[in-house]
Design a protein around this ligand. Structure first.
Ligand code: CMP
Length: 142
């Protein structure tokens, strides 16, 4: 997901371009302003932490872009490309390392496991919105 700061800083295309060029396959995408209930469900594991209220306020503060990317080891690859949660500690060459300066306002969110991905995808997409198709270059990416 591109977060409100990523959208506000006009980095949607930058993020999508990086995942595309890496060789991942986009199978679903939508733009929305997340409501408070959905935000609290999305970040339920952080409920009670000192940054929770601020995080919910931030993630509901403007448009976000939800995407589902497929590919070999896609969860790990996307997390590597996004960089460390704290942008100041993120490696140069990652989205956060190249564009971010904060821990909360860190431009992108990515699921941390296939199980989390399934839960988060269900928050934002109906099953029929996940497209099944073949990319012409798939034979080179296996
Ligand atoms: P994300 O990868 O979306 O997962 C949880 C989010 O909470 C994280 O990115 C940050 O936006 C935010 N977050 C995590 N830790 C902190 C923190 N210590 N202070 C403020 N925000 C945080």
């Amino acid at each position: 997901m591109v977060k409100p700061d990523g959208v506000g800083r006009r980095l949607i295309g930058e993020c999508i371009g990086r995942f595309e060029r890496r060789g991942l396959k986009l199978v679903a995408m939508r733009m929305r302003i997340i409501d408070e209930t959905t935000a609290k469900r999305h970040y339920a594991e952080h409920a009670g932490k000192d940054f929770f209220d601020s995080l919910v306020a931030f993630i509901t503060s403007g448009p976000t872009v939800q995407m589902v990317w497929e590919g070999p080891d896609a969860v790990a690859q996307v997390r590597k490309m996004n960089g460390a949660t704290n942008c100041l500690k993120a490696d140069v060459g990652t989205v956060r390392g190249d564009f971010g300066l904060s821990t909360q306002n860190n431009i992108v969110h990515a699921s941390d496991s296939p199980e989390t991905a399934a839960r988060e995808i269900a928050l934002y997409f109906y099953p029929e919105e996940l497209l099944t198709y073949t990319m012409p270059d798939e034979q080179w990416l296996r």
